[in-house]
Structure formats: structure tokens, C-alpha cells
Design a protein. Sequence first.
Lengths: 136, 134
Amino acid sequence: MPRRRASEEDETEINITPMLDIVFIMLIFFIVTTSFVKETGINPRRPAAQTAEEKPRGNILVGISEAGQIWMNKRPVELGQVRALVEAALAENPESSAVIIADEESAAGVLIDLMDQIRLGGVYNISVAAEQAAAG
Amino acid sequence: MRKRRSRADDETEINITPLLDIVFIMLIFFIVTTSFVKEFGVDVSRPSRAPVKEQKQSEIIAVRIDENDQIFVQNRMVDVRAVRANIESGLANKPDASVVVVAHRQADAGLLVRVIDQARVAGAEKVSLAAQAR
């Protein structure tokens, strides 16, 4: 090892071009795939559904706890605040769609009110989170 | 331009070290902030009030969930596991019918999702959601 190093030391440099290529490709990949999902802050029990499909653009997440409390951006919010928060999220990313993560035991009325508020906020692509169940 | 270029041509190179610093910092930032949270969900359409009224009663398969989590398909009380078969037979009679789930405000959201899922399994393309008036 020392021998080789001494012989290369005078003029040659490590060719960093391939490394740069990889770094740039990784950078572009991460820029493209980043979607800045704002977590709800709670982890409700999702109902199971056979027709559940992945929602890759669902980056407005709204949680409903078992007691019917609405959570967004890791803090509890009132129903009236949801519209403004959805509008703000839509301004950040106009392609976003909403996913409501409702607890199995929460009331359906809260879910329906929430859907109306999200629609008023300008997001019409709303889905309800579910766990994928085996078909059968 | 030309003069400068010919002068720089012989030995000097552009110093790319600051560019590399920035690229690495951006790379690290994006690696750290990327979260691959992917939710799985069921699409639900929530129509505004106007088109629902226009829809003819005969083209709707109504599924009602009352406050005690009992399910009624076309006013017949059924179990959650029988929802799929009931909607399938309803769709066989009326192929253009759309399924409307009317949930009581106190019904479980989980049951609502399960009924919507069963309706979609039964072949209903559009499942819409309606709330019972308070």
C-alpha cells in the first residue's frame, strides 16, 4: 500500500465524476419523491377493506380519534379549522389529495362533516384510510 | 468572452468544491425529510346535495346504517357479511344503479367503511355517502 501511494502521489487525482453522477441522481430522486406528508399525530385503528388501494398522492392526512377528536399536523383541531388547514396545504401542493384516517369506533357523523369541510377547502379527492384485507 | 476562455483553457479548471458542498447538503436534507408514508384507502364520493335529488329513486341502491349499527339494504335488515350479496343481486336487477350509503351520525365509521368496501367488492363503481339529517 505505501508503495503504491507514493508512486501515485505526484500528479494523479481520484476521478470523482462517477461519484458526482450518482450523487446527482440520488438528489433528483429524493427531490422528486419527497412529498412532505404531515402526520396526524395519532394512530387510529383502521378498518379493514378488500378494495383498499395505495394513495400515493395522499399528503393531507386528517385523523379522527375514537372519541371523535380531529387531529391534523400532530395537534388536535376543531372542525372549523380544518378548512383553513386544507386550503393552506393545497396552496403548498396543488396536486394533493386527502386521506381521512378514522378510528373504527368513531362516529360516522364526524367523518361526513370532515369530508364536507375538506371539500369546502378545495380538495375533492378524498379517501378513507383502511387496512388491506385479504380478498375472500 | 472569447479572450477569457482562451486564457482559461490551458491549465485552470472551475472549482466545483462549493457546488459539491451544496449538492451534498441538499442530498442529506432530502434523505432526512423524505418519509415514505403511504396510506391505503377507499375512495368515497361525497356528492353535493343537488345531484342526489335529481337522481331517480329507482336507480339507487340505498344502504342505510342506523345508530345501533344495523344495516338495511333496500329497507331489509341484513348482516354486514350479506351486504355484498344483496348489492350484487340489486345490481343484477338494475345494472345502472348507483349505491348510496346513508349513515346515521352515531354509527361507527369502521362499519361505514366496511359497507362501502363490500359495495365496491360487489361491483358498484360509484359508492356515494350521504348523512342522515340530524
